[in-house]
Design a binder for this molecule. Structure first.
Ligand code: UT7
Length: 310
């Protein structure tokens, strides 16, 4: 059986750090409220940088670590809901910046915060054994936030994460994806400018998120015929510390296996899981041979989970 393996990762976080106190310039909020309701302490906002520029920087770092030629990339997918243009896609802009091959599929996936998991799942189905892909999650959410809406603007941040993955003969990789066709709970308008900001029913998304993570973990374990004890780390989409802690308690998972970095970056939507993976490797919290489960949930409402051996 062949499956995806992560060869290397990279991330790019913009320099402009916004503290919870900084958010008080925009809305009636407090550090205490944001920390206690979400766990978020800081987030970063792009300062004039475009989404594709952040994506390219993260991709370069991942490619550097992979020690392969750019010509060895057979597929490039970007997970994003905050691309710069309706067309070209962010992926095509990255292709242009990096001069990737012109005979490969290059496209964006819009599955909101589940986007990176969707990208991995699609990639596993598209790649032939021995082929490499460049998978990026990148968001410039600060341009689609309503800075008069305290219930959303404090939550999100900008950033990019990337991975070079390879379809390997003995790679262990399982993935699941789903969606519920819901527009009301989480909505960002496109061409209609009045509705082009993030609108969210926080409580409804919270309920969906906890259920989606639990379902995502249980079903992927069933699919792989493994148990929680076989897993070394759980990487959930980084939206709210209370969501992750809730699932950890309900499923009796060890706290130290639930990775969290949302305190630094806030919710970076499609970028949160690849940024988390890059930090996991950097902090040496995982090593080759370990198994991880990654779970995403978000607008759509979408969800996805995957189990892989590193
Ligand atoms: O990545 C996509 C997935 N998104 C998510 O997973 C988000 C899921 N939802 C959540 O994380 C939480 O529901 C939120 C963090 C968005 C909200 O937390 P909550 O505990 O559900 O708060 P709430 O919406 O019930 O609001 C409680 C109170 C309200 O005041 P009243 O009506 O009780 O007087 C809000 O107006 O908190 C108020 N509030 C704030 N106060 C200070 C809302 N936002 C803020 C704020 N600062 N930033």
């Amino acid at each position: 059986m062949s499956g995806l393996r992560i060869v290397s990762t990279g991330r790019y976080i913009p320099e402009k750090c916004i503290t919870n106190d900084d958010m008080k310039r925009f809305v009636d909020t407090s550090d205490e409220w944001i920390r206690s309701r979400t766990g978020i302490v800081t987030r970063y906002h792009a300062d004039g940088e475009k989404t594709y520029e952040m994506a390219t920087k993260a991709a370069k770092k991942a490619l550097e670590g992979a020690k392969i030629s750019y010509d060895d990339i057979s597929l490039c997918i970007v997970a994003t809901v905050s691309g710069d243009y309706a067309t070209p896609s962010v992926a095509c802009m990255v292709q242009r910046e990096l001069s990737l091959r012109e005979d490969i599929p290059v496209f964006d996936i819009n599955a909101a915060c589940s986007g990176f998991i969707y990208a991995l799942g699609v990639c596993d189905r598209m790649l032939d054994e021995g082929e490499n892909a460049l998978i990026i999650g990148c968001e410039r959410l600060s341009k689609i936030l309503d800075f008069t809406d305290r219930s959303t603007c404090v939550l999100f941040g900008d950033g990019a994460g990337a991975a070079v993955v390879k379809k390997e003969k003995n790679g262990i990789f399982y993935s699941l994806m789903g969606a519920t066709g819901n527009k009301e709970a989480l909505f960002v308008g496109g061409v209609n400018e009045e509705e082009s900001y993030v609108h969210m029913n926080g409580a409804e998304v919270f309920r969906f998120a906890t259920g989606a993570i639990e379902k995502g973990i249980k079903r992927i374990l069933e699919k792989a015929n493994m148990s929680e004890d076989d897993i070394d780390m759980f990487v959930c989409h980084q939206a709210n510390a209370r969501i992750i802690s809730h699932v950890q308690r309900r499923m009796h998972l060890p706290k130290e296996k639930m990775f969290m970095n949302l305190q630094k970056y806030g919710n970076t939507s499609g970028a949160s899981i690849p940024i988390a993976l890059d930090e996991l490797f950097e902090q040496k919290l995982v090593k080759e041979g370990m198994k991880i489960i990654a779970v995403g949930f978000g607008g759509g409402l979408t969800w996805g989970s995957c189990l892989m051996e590193l």
